[in-house]
Design a protein around this ligand. Sequence first.
Ligand SMILES: *Cc1c(COP(=O)(O)O)cnc(C)c1O
Length: 502
Amino acid sequence: MLASDSTQLLEPLIYDLGAPGRIGVNLPDCDVPESPMPAELMRDDLALPEVGEVQVVRHFVKLSQLNYSIDQGLYPLGSCTMKYNPKVNEDSARLAGFAHLHPLTDESGAQGALFLMHELQQWLGEISGFSDVSLSPAAGAQGEFAGILMIRQYHIDRGEGQRDIILVPNSAHGTNPATVTMAGLSVRELPANDKGNVDMAALHAACEGELRDRIAGMMITVPSTLGLFESTILEVISTVHDAGGLMYMDGANMNALMAVVKPGELGFDVMHYNLHKTFSTPHGGGGPGSGAVGVNEKLRPYLPGPVVGVIEAEDENGAPLYGFVMPEKSIGRMKAFHGNFGMHLRAYAYIRVYGDSGIRDVTRYAVLNANYLRAKLMRTYTVPYPRYCGHEFVLEGHVDNVDDVHALDISKRLMDYGFHPPTNYFPLIVPEALLIEPTETEVKEDLDAFVEAMEAIAEEARRDPETLLNAPHTAPVRRLDEVRAVKELVLCCAPALAARAL
Ligand SMILES: *Cc1c(COP(=O)(O)O)cnc(C)c1O
């Protein structure tokens, strides 16, 4: 992703490689009669490169090395849970019976896939304490959207369509207020107290004041995006319920709760899972995700569909027969076909491999690793909420008496030390926020190496701030204009192809 004026070409384009007549495949002689291609499908302006296999492999391997991935090292991008993606997940997703299954296959020919989806629905329900789960949303944000639409419809069906306010803490992920707005409801922001938790006086005021009859519900992330468990969560839930609202849990931080705390049993009515975070399905680069939603009895009829159900307790072989069902008052479909099945497969493999006690260990190590890093880094940096954290924590990305160095400079310099930067400037309520989430898959040596790098960077900030201000020095591209890169995205091949067409 390069802004147009910084389009440094790091590798020659594949289109500029090769020479006429070079080929990468050896086809056998044709043993069927040849027939001409329809003329309207033939074109000679494609200018496809003529290259050998080794050139193609080297080209794409070099391109892949320009990027950083979890397979190379620590990726402490807070809130995103960049945990290692086990390769057995990938093997499972490539099993021919699954990989080649067409989405229009008749249910009777897809019983294996339906069984898997049904079991995954049940396991996710079990892990979080919800009675029903739909796998159809394609991302966390879409799960949120489904959840808020369900809450809205629930109130409308009870003759309480005037309930149009969703309470959202000010530490929330940007998708939360965006979701509320897209669902046609309005956001009321709640401040945090000095411990980083919801300010209970503000919550009571909102739920017991003149807006009481307009409260549709509350969306809250547990542990919060500050990485902190809401110590008054039970009172938060009962306060909103007493006002007639429903409780939505943003489940992006389930890596701190799995197999230890069940949100459904705390009293939440609906939650989304990010299978691409907590359950290790690959993400980044906007690839396919899965934002399954879990609900309790109140919202069950509204679930987005179709969900997988047991159609007949026993078929002629004595096995249950599975099929797709649309819940009776469903808010509808969130996604074509059945959601991102490839992600369901990988999450299923992940849960199966770990099993019950393994999943609990995932949570424990994620929390242990975060607290270990927090304790070590507190010696050098300011941690605004110095309490035990969940699976991530925030520190302030500045060094005492060095005013020119900001969180962004520290992050850029970390790249030179071989680490992916943490999340910058989120949550918004902490100045110079660096949100650090090591995940459970890192060993102590790697955590220690990260601490050493952060300490060395603080030292450099005092001695030689220019090094930080000009970082990164070793990355394939230096500092980019990140706003322009997003607003004026230039995909590399296009200029070359466009030039060729002129
Ligand atoms: C990642 C995240 C989301 C959104 O999930 P996507 O899958 O990226 O759409 C929502 N809330 C929080 C707290 C998150 O970390």
